[in-house]
Design a protein around this ligand. Sequence first.
Ligand SMILES: *Cc1c(COP(=O)(O)O)cnc(C)c1O
Length: 224
Amino acid sequence: MIEEKVKSLLKEIPATNPFGEKVTLVAAVKLQTAEHINRAICGGVTDIGDNHVQEFRDKFNEIKGNPRRHFIGHLQTNKIKYLLGKVDLYHSVDRYNLAEELSRKSAQAGVTSNILIQINIGNEETKGGFALEESEEVFNKISALPALNVEGLMAMLPFDRDQALLRRLAKAMREKYDGLNAKGANFKYLSMGMSGDWKLCVEEGSNMIRLGTSIFGQRNYQKT
Ligand SMILES: *Cc1c(COP(=O)(O)O)cnc(C)c1O
């Protein structure tokens, strides 16, 4: 079932976005068992993203097939040590102090950490991230830190039915991404799009989507 789901999704997701960039599917694996995650990998998932450090650690050795590892959740600085050198891309650098700590600990460990800067595109109080307006200043500050490699931007659109609004926000993200790239940012990833809005996000220029529900079905928050 999960394997079939992944296979049909991989057919449905366009290979490239309108900018000609490869679209990468990251399976959002929070609350999924290692067995279910491994089934998704058998179906063709190459990248998986965790939200919780504890879950990441508990399942780490049970994951087969050596997928690329993403961390997509809110990260407390005291937990960085458990992820260092094991995460290929941190999507959710949502505050300056996290960037500083990740930089410091990466340098200490002799690794370079690849990160995305999280933008709170809907200006929502319930979500982390920097304001779109401050993203250039934030990028300049964070990219000056050692042992970090800023590879792009990440955003979560609001849960809103207003498609025109969502499209406007997604477009604004892409414009900022292109604008910073034009100034030499050398970005590779715009991580934007979840189960409810990924099509719109890819149409507007996202090249990395994070899907949970579309692959695994509704999450059972009671189980854990
Ligand atoms: C859970 C989660 C997703 C996936 O959400 P779905 O709606 O289940 O696809 C994507 N990104 C982040 C940061 C998440 O926490």
